[in-house]
Design a binder for this molecule. Sequence first.
Ligand code: DC
Length: 229
Amino acid sequence: MGTMTKTPPSTIALDGPAASGKSTVGKRLADQLGYLFFDTGIMYRAVTWIALSRDMDLKNEAAVTAMAQETQIDIRQPTQNDGRACDILVEDRDITWDIRSGNVEAYVSIVAAYAGVRKALTDQQRRIGLRGGVVMVGRDIGTVVLPEADLKVYMIASAEERARRRHTELTARGEESNYDEILSKMIERDRIDSTRAVAPLRPADDALILDTDNMNESQVYERIMELCK
Ligand code: DC
């Protein structure tokens, strides 16, 4: 018999709560493997940003859903070297950093709880994921978007640790940041994300749970690379 050659998993799903380190490690993993890095939170943030910029009533599920179905969100190679992983465009406007604002953070969980919005975005995510060669990051990748993913990792960290990371990140970008405020908002966002009726935040039955509280970025990366082998 010939020797078995192990190829890395073609579809990798990284899920977990806000600021659990998914994006950082996902990007690094994707670059190393030559895969597409797809951060699905971008899409929920972009829909929220559009709704806010159009002064839409966020409580109007039908209107927000119709908009999510119609709007084209473009994700392209980065054209600026300012720490972004990609350019995010809506109607030719660059909203890469706008979608990271506190205002979007405050409302995104409401938008992400709408079944019609999720259906529209999940369909697009799944189509891209099924091509393979992808590291997809989100809340429901292993459970809903790509249940057949070759490797599923669910990353956790305490709310305090995640708030500390987010605080450091914002401060490094020169933005104003208040740790206590971040912590309470993060706990609230986790609560909405994990208790919503459609695709709540939870690990898939076959996901590997990785507690990153006492790990640095490199250790998390090395651990997932090991799992890929
Ligand atoms: O990962 P993030 O912080 O950029 O995600 C923003 C919001 O989008 C988050 O509150 C939950 C939602 N989200 C989701 O419901 N499903 C995903 N696959 C990704 C994000």
